[in-house]
Each structure stands twice: as structure tokens, then as C-alpha cells.
Ligand binder design. Sequence first.
Ligand SMILES: Cc1cc2nc3c(=O)[nH]c(=O)nc-3n(C[C@H](O)[C@H](O)[C@H](O)COP(=O)(O)OP(=O)(O)OC[C@H]3O[C@@H](n4cnc5c(N)ncnc54)[C@H](O)[C@@H]3O)c2cc1C
Length: 384
Amino acid sequence: MDQTLSAYDYVIVGGGLSGLLTAYRMSQHPAFKESTILILEPQSKTGNDRTWCYWESGQGEWDELLTRQWTQARVQHHEEVCHVDLSDYTYKMLRSEVFYGFIHDRLKHSPNIHRQVAKVQHLHETADGVLVEWGAGKTTAGHVLTSVMGLHQAPVKTSDRLLHQHFGGWFIQTKDDAFDPEVAVLMDFSVPQQDGVCFMYLLPTSEREALAEFTVFGPRPWTAEQYDQLIREYLSHRVTDYTIVEKEMGSIPMTVYPFERNNTARITHIGSAGGWTRPSTGYTFKLSTDYSKKLVDQLAHSQKPKAYLLARHRLYDAVMLELIGQNHALGADFFMRMYRLHPIARVFRFLDGRSSLREELLIMWTSRPRMRLVKLAMRRLLGM
Ligand SMILES: Cc1cc2nc3c(=O)[nH]c(=O)nc-3n(C[C@H](O)[C@H](O)[C@H](O)COP(=O)(O)OP(=O)(O)OC[C@H]3O[C@@H](n4cnc5c(N)ncnc54)[C@H](O)[C@@H]3O)c2cc1C
């Protein structure tokens, strides 16, 4: 059945994190009250397809939706244990099903925002708008905001190092008390280091429940069985008698590729496809909440969306990715030193791209191997 929809001012392709955030910000901004907006998403987005964690100083916009928050953390490598008092920061966990439900509810109050189940196949830009096509349907848009990689951009081709933060995780329940729910284990490098920088990420939500995730910064994602085997092995030394309640798996590109270059006059990339993922960490949630606000303000003022990451942060990330890409055995020491030698607020500001130049130089100065890092930075600056 042919399904040609009337024209929209804005079409949002992908109703995941960045698409829903952008629609929500538009629903709250007076400049878009009269705009017609369509979200195209193939999935119902009612279940929990991922669990987001992020750090934040003080109270935050999504606090009422959180599953859990932690004020203490740990980073460790065998017997070297670094206890981190998060100070003004809190590490927060938000299940995507709760977030999707909240935004879908809010959007119901905006009659100018529509949702349609559709897997978009083509975007064709003309002088007057963008033709958006899916299955048997199509529409035209004044402007498209898309979080779908590869739909209107060449696959990422870059001479920069491309790694993936890839992971498999289990939500487990134990019969007896097994965890300290006050402490989030952000990185435990006491695992086999194979095919990348590997660590366990262990987030206890109670004495008997936790998310245990085997994470790798490496060249290529693994099969589910590979993560399963290493999680099983890790837990076997620490927990007995547990059941797996839920599993998750994912892969996030880690690259300094300038995604914003794929934007055109009428097509803007958002989310990971728009460079809203911090290349050196894979963290995206908090950046997306901030960048979606900036983007909607820029659209309201008819400004061209800008690259968000400062050039010098891109340089640090490029150097870090190159270092661990060349020699993943250096990764554990790199991160352990950062958490051990610096106040957590400085580390988080650095990872958020909000640090001062002085703070960045301090972090660089204490990183090892220092000469290798300097050489990599020089080579990049000189375009070698
Ligand atoms: C399992 C998992 C856990 C993660 N955990 C964290 C975390 O703890 N902290 C953090 O900061 N980041 C995390 N991330 C990274 C990042 O936050 C998420 O990937 C985030 O969802 C990215 O947002 P996005 O809008 O770019 O993509 P998505 O949220 O994936 O949205 C893209 C949407 O586009 C839809 N789509 C695909 N093809 C089409 C098409 N042809 N037409 C229309 N729609 C289409 C998809 O169905 C999807 O809903 C995690 C990622 C995964 C996969």
C-alpha cells in the first residue's frame, strides 16, 4: 500500500537516544511550536535495549528516572586498587526502557510531533527539501536530523585509528550477598588482555544484583560466546550460585573521524553518527543530553550545527587511540595512572572535554610512556 505522507518541516530518522532527545528538546522550545515534526523508527522502543551510565556533578535532568546511583567507585589492576571517592560527582544508571517511556509520554502532549514505524532506505536531497523513503512510504522534509550511520554518508573511512568499545554484559542475581552496592567498579583490568584493552565493569544495584560487563577497546567486536566465557571466568573467582536475568551486548565506534563533515544544508547527523560519542571513552549519553540542547538552539537561530569537541580534545583522543591501538598492553597502566594520580573531578572534566589547558597538561605530563605520547602528538600536529 502506497503511503505518501504530507510534507514535514523536520523529519527525525531514528527514534533512539539522540532522535528522541532532539524531538523532546524541540517540543520544549517555543521556536518549534508551529513546526511539523516526524520521527521515523522501525522498532517499538518499549523494552530495555541498553542501560546507560554516566557521571554528573550534582542533580541532573534524569534523576527521577534512575535505577541506581553511586558516590564511590573503584578502578583496579590485580592487587593495585584505586578507591575513588566521586566527590561532587555521582555515577548514574538509567535503563533505556524507562527513558523511552518517559519521552514517548511527553511527546504525546505535542500534537505537532508524529511518530511512524519505518525503516528509512533513502534520503534524497534537492534544492527545496529532502525526499525521505521507506518501504512503501515517503515524505519530504525541510530538514532531516538523522542518527543512522551510512544512510547519507559514506561508511567511516579515515586514516585515523578506528577502535570499537565493544562489550557483552550479564545482569545477574545471586542467592547470597555478594556485592557492595555502594561501589561501582568502573574498570578492573585483572582479566586476560587479548585483542584490545580489556576490563570488567561491575555495577552492583544491590547486595545480590549486579551488571557484570566484559569490555574491550579493540579493533573488532566479538561473538556473544567470547564475552560469555570471560564473564563466567571472572565471576567464578568471586561469586557462586547466580542466575542470569538479562544480557546486553554492544559496540560503539571510537574514532576522531569528523562526523559533522557529512552534514549538508538540509541533513544533519546526530547521536553517534553526528560525533556525539567521546572517541576515547565511548560515553555518549551525557554528551547527547547536552548536545541535543545546543543543536536545537542552533536550529532555532538558523545557525549551522558546529563540531562540538574542541580541536585539542580531538588531538588527545587521537593520540590515546593510536597509543592503545598500537600496543594495547599499555592501556591498563594509562587508565590506572589517570585515576590514581588525579582528583576525580579533573579526570571527569577532562573526559567530558571541559577541562582547562592546565589540567590537560597535568594529565598528559603524568601519562606514560610520555615520550611516545609526545611523538604521537607531534606526528599528528605535523600531519605525518
Ligand atoms: C548496549 C549498549 C550500552 C551502552 N551503554 C552506554 C552507557 O552506559 N553510557 C553511554 O554514555 N553510552 C552507552 N552506549 C552508547 C550510546 O549511548 C548508545 O549507543 C546510544 O543509544 C547512541 O544514541 P544514538 O541516537 O546515536 O543511536 P541509537 O540510540 O542506537 O538510535 C538510533 C536509532 O535508529 C534506528 N534506526 C536504525 N536504522 C534505521 C533506519 N534505516 N531508519 C530509521 N531508523 C533506523 C534504530 O532502531 C535506533 O533506534 C551504549 C550502547 C549500547 C549499544
